[in-house]
Write a new protein. Structure first.
Length: 243
């Protein structure tokens, strides 16, 4: 399991260890990492034991708390400016560079969420009831999985990694394909060939600012129903004017 620093805690790691799942997390900023302690495996690479927290979380029953081990064994590694925490303890089989390369793949989670929310248009739900919004979420997830299935088939036919293909290109191609009444199963593989033609760039270690390029419109948020806002304007007029 790959996850960021928010998931790096004793309870989750202990739970995953009990189920035979290895983890690789970034160290939580609230935890102090002292490489002078524990079993040294190399420069800024050691094995330490995390004791079970003395305070039981409110969401946990006393029986659940008692079932957790008194301590867990983890490996802490500093790679560049990051401290990584993992349960893969054998430094001969899994080196620091291996952990760094593996953790870099966690960025795919952010890209997948962007594709799901932005590319497929799930960032804004248009339904008016919770039940219909839930249906809309499931429809988006279904469409997302269909696109991923097409990409997987295209990558298999072209003998490449599915991560090398463009999700947005596949969405656009499939939308046009369906609008013309064509089927992916009756085109002799032409659709999969076209999907595999568009490759994404290999840009390891890419950094992008999390900022908006365009400034938002200088209007306040609509926090009441639109009809209520209209009635208020009719009675009191616009109490705020854009500059």
């Amino acid at each position: 399991m790959l996850a960021d620093a928010l998931y790096c805690n004793y309870w989750l790691i202990a739970t995953l260890l009990a189920r035979g799942v290895d983890v690789l997390f970034e160290q939580n900023g609230a935890r102090i990492t002292d490489f002078r302690r524990g079993q040294s495996l190399g420069t800024r690479d050691h094995i330490v034991h995390w004791p079970k927290p003395a305070a039981r979380p409110e969401w946990m029953t006393p029986e659940q708390y008692a079932d957790f081990p008194d301590e867990i064994t983890v490996r802490e590694v500093q790679v560049a400016h990051q401290v990584l925490v993992t349960t893969m303890l054998d430094h001969r089989r899994v080196g620091k560079d291996d952990l760094s390369e593996l953790y870099a793949r966690r960025w795919n989670v952010e890209l997948d969420l962007r594709n799901l929310k932005t590319t497929t248009g799930m960032d804004v739900l248009s339904c008016q009831t919770p039940e219909m919004n839930e249906k809309q979420l499931w429809v988006h997830l279904l469409a997302y999985n269909v696109i991923r299935l097409l990409m997987a088939q295209a990558a298999s036919n072209a003998d490449i990694d599915p991560r090398e293909l463009s999700f947005k290109h596949t969405v656009q191609l499939w939308t046009e394909w369906v609008s013309r009444g064509m089927s992916a199963t009756k085109d002799d593989g032409r659709l999969f060939t076209l999907i595999a033609q568009c490759r994404v760039g290999n840009r390891p270690g890419r950094l992008e600012p999390r900022m908006r390029k365009r400034r938002p419109k200088p209007y306040p948020w609509l926090k009441v129903p639109r009809d209520h806002a209209r009635r208020k304007i009719k009675i009191h007029g616009h109490d705020w004017e854009p500059k």
